[in-house]
Design a protein around this ligand. Structure first.
Ligand code: NAD
Length: 320
């Protein structure tokens, strides 16, 4: 069964179930993307920062050359990294990212974080990451979100992306952006899982006609490798007894229940795994319905716990 779609305010349809590309190793990325296409995925969520856009593009090229899909069947998402927020940096980097993928437009291009950092030339280091010196130095740029958003809007006019959106933005910044946006963000991509339900932000997005994509749907699982203490201490959602019980009731996997909880609440999801069996099972997460009661039980896990915030990646002298 293909993924259901979400109608974006830009007029385009976005698959509700897509595939995430963060931490997909360069050595396997082409095969992972190719296998994901064979498993039915059509949306790929990439980013400059993931450092694997060339390899992901190779996986897509292979699937297209074998006639499995056409470019227009795919929905390719990428993101503007923090060091490219200055207006004059936006278009050149999008063009580089498109060339890396081997395509001539993105379906959706997002501001990755509302954090503007000083420009690092791609010939010095690519992807540039958080630190100016590649080690620990944080250098900000003076670019405002308005400057960056205006540059993002010009990408649509030039045909470099069909839709534009934002990621990791909170309410006040969204209200501000909506005051000057000539093109409203089509999507907002945020961390969202039962430990971080963000109901008010979801209400705002709904009211403003902005589709929401959930990332890190399995909660702490994605952050264990950084040895984040608040991730390590929590029960992994996939192993939680209540989630397991609900999954057994529907004869499904806990991961499918976590993804269905999000999709039934109207969000798009972009789970990531390199294992073909899990890829297939994650994709099959919209062909059953949880009861309202089970949705409420899962929502009651909310503890407002966020894993993916910039300070978690900064050296201690930057912590405040
Ligand atoms: P995730 O929550 O999708 O997966 C976390 C871990 O769960 C993975 O390591 C995987 O091995 C494991 N897993 C996946 N399916 C499973 C299953 N069925 N059973 C058991 N374990 C399973 O992780 P994520 O990568 O953090 O998030 C998904 C995507 O969201 C990313 O790849 C990326 O594209 C996007 N993302 C965006 C941002 C942002 O700032 N915009 C931040 C984080 C992630």
């Amino acid at each position: 069964m293909p993924s259901p779609v979400i109608k974006l305010n830009s007029g385009y349809d976005m698959p509700q179930v897509g595939f995430g590309l963060w931490k997909v190793d360069n050595s396997v990325a082409a095969d992972v993307v190719y296998n994901a296409i064979k498993a039915g995925y059509r949306l790929f969520d990439g980013a400059c920062d993931y450092g694997n856009e060339v390899e992901c593009g190779k996986g897509i090229a292979r699937a297209i050359s074998e006639g499995i899909v056409k470019r227009e069947d795919l929905f390719i998402v990428s993101k503007l990294w923090n060091t490219f927020h200055d207006a004059e940096r936006v278009e050149p980097i999008v063009k580089k990212q498109l060339a890396d993928w081997g395509i001539d437009y993105f379906d959706l291009y997002l501001i990755h974080f509302p954090v503007a950092l000083e420009y690092v030339d791609p010939s010095v280091r690519y992807p540039p990451g958080w630190f100016y010196d590649g080690k620990s130095e944080i250098r900000t740029s003076k670019a405002t979100i308005q400057e960056t958003w205006t540059a993002m809007e010009s990408l649509v006019a030039k045909g470099l992306t069909k839709s534009i959106g934002i990621s990791n933005f909170q309410a006040q910044l969204i209200y501000d952006l909506l005051r000057y946006a000539k093109i409203r963000p089509a999507t907002l991509q945020i961390e969202h899982h039962p430990y971080l339900v963000q109901q008010e932000l979801l209400n705002l997005a709904k009211q403003e006609g902005i589709a929401v994509t959930a990332y890190s749907s399995f909660g702490p699982a994605s952050f264990l490798e950084f040895n984040m203490q608040h991730a390590v201490k929590l029960t992994p959602l996939i192993e939680d007894e209540t989630i397991k019980k609900i999954a057994a009731k529907y004869n499904r996997e806990p991961a499918q229940v976590l993804l269905r909880w999000a999709t039934q609440r109207g969000l798009a999801v972009i789970p990531k795994t390199t294992r073909p069996a899990l890829m297939a099972s994650n994709f099959q997460c919209t062909d059953f319905d949880l009861s309202e009661e089970d949705i409420a039980t899962i929502s009651s896990f909310d503890r407002g716990i966020r894993f993916n915030q910039p300070s978690n990646y900064f050296p201690t002298e930057y912590l405040w």
